[in-house]
Ligand binder design. Structure first.
Ligand SMILES: NC(=O)c1ccc[n+]([C@@H]2O[C@H](COP(=O)([O-])OP(=O)(O)OC[C@H]3O[C@@H](n4cnc5c(N)ncnc54)[C@H](OP(=O)(O)O)[C@@H]3O)[C@@H](O)[C@H]2O)c1
Length: 323
């Protein structure tokens, strides 16, 4: 496992890290399987875990808390997120800041997360949605400063809306944001345009999320794949998007060098960008943990392959289902 510095937090984090969304909120999650996946990842050197209160109303935070307790003495970093009070994803500029992240809501949720994590302080607390129209709200500044001065958090970050990577740059410029979490993968390359230069300039840590495009770049989805009603993936991989995605996945596969798997290429594409501090992957199966962590050891891909993969960029606009 290789490690990178998470921007100005100074945390030395594994470049392949664990995302816990599926463990908290997806229909086929099993706590025992999840705990085993977290342990395997940790045993193989993964030290950064991304959770959120919204992933099962504290379920993934509690799973992570139990994991941290079991591994007390190891340097592991726990990240979680405060959900918007209005429970609306994604954020919109028409929402008033005071209806989304009022101070009382943020502090109370931070306390609930601390309790679930069984930690006196949260390494990284993120806002789960963001809109840059809020960047200069006095209550935003006051809240972030209070989160830190009260000892609740070590670092603060924002998680950017799907396919809106530039909608966070004003927040970065306030100096209040230590990390951003953004969708970045072979398809979603737009963060390279404006967001990554801003992160580099302000030494903001970059957490690349959805590295496998919710699983399509794992290569196991087929035109027949369905998800149970109520599972978010049933919306995201609706027949139209599944069809469009799978034909692009087929094209990506044509770039695969001999001996390299699709998920390996997808992860090593991300790791080839040195502005990325870590890629958080949803992985509940042991075989996925092992394969993904091996991608860290293999490191960046060759320049020629990287150049070829740039052609698979797919700029998308969220609709009601994929947002
Ligand atoms: N708004 C936000 O802040 C936000 C939104 C989305 C995601 N996130 C964060 O980002 C993390 C990652 O995103 P994600 O989990 O949604 O999507 P992802 O990492 O792109 O894909 C996860 C899917 O890929 C599968 N997979 C993992 N490794 C694989 C491999 N080697 N081969 C084939 N399939 C593989 C997983 O299967 P198994 O799980 O069955 O192993 C799972 O179905 C989340 O867990 C969460 O922490 C944050």
């Amino acid at each position: 496992m290789r490690y990178r510095t998470l921007g100005r937090t100074g945390f030395s984090v594994s470049d392949i890290a664990h995302g816990l969304w599926g463990m908290g909120s997806w229909s086929d999650s099993d706590d025992r399987q999840s705990a085993e996946a977290l342990q395997s990842a940790t045993d193989l050197g993964c030290n950064f875990f991304d959770s959120a209160w919204a992933y099962g109303d504290g379920r993934s935070d509690r799973l992570l808390g139990a994991h941290l307790k079991k591994n007390a003495g190891k340097q592991l970093f726990a990240a979680s997120k405060v959900p918007p009070l209005n429970r609306r994803w994604p954020a919109r500029s028409s929402y008033k800041y005071a209806d989304v992240f009022p101070k009382t809501h943020v502090l109370a949720t931070a306390d609930s997360i601390c309790e679930a994590l069984q930690q006196p302080v949260i390494d990284l607390l993120q806002f789960h949605v963001w809109d840059d129209s809020w960047a200069n709200e006095p209550e935003f500044r006051e809240t972030v400063e209070l989160l830190k001065s009260s000892g609740r958090v070590r670092a603060f970050g924002i998680s950017l809306n799907r396919w809106e990577p530039a909608n966070g740059i004003a927040a970065i410029r306030t100096g209040l944001v230590d990390t951003v979490q953004v969708i970045y993968n072979i398809f979603d390359q737009a963060p390279e345009d404006e967001l990554f230069p801003a992160c580099r300039e302000h030494n903001v840590g970059v957490i690349a999320r959805v590295p496998l495009d919710e699983g399509s770049l794992g290569g196991k989805l087929t035109p027949q794949t369905t998800f149970p009603a109520g599972d978010w993936r049933a919306n995201y991989f609706n027949p139209a998007n599944l069809h469009a995605t799978l034909s692009r996945v087929e094209r990506v596969k044509s770039s695969l060098p001999e001996g390299m798997t699709l998920p390996e290429m997808a992860l090593r594409f991300i790791l080839s960008n040195l502005v990325v501090s870590t890629a958080i992957i949803g992985m509940r199966k042991q075989e996925h943990v092992r394969a993904n962590i091996a991608a860290s050891d293999a490191g960046p891909i060759k320049a020629a392959l990287l150049a070829e993969l740039k052609h698979h960029r797919w700029d998308r606009v969220p609709d009601a289902k994929t947002a």
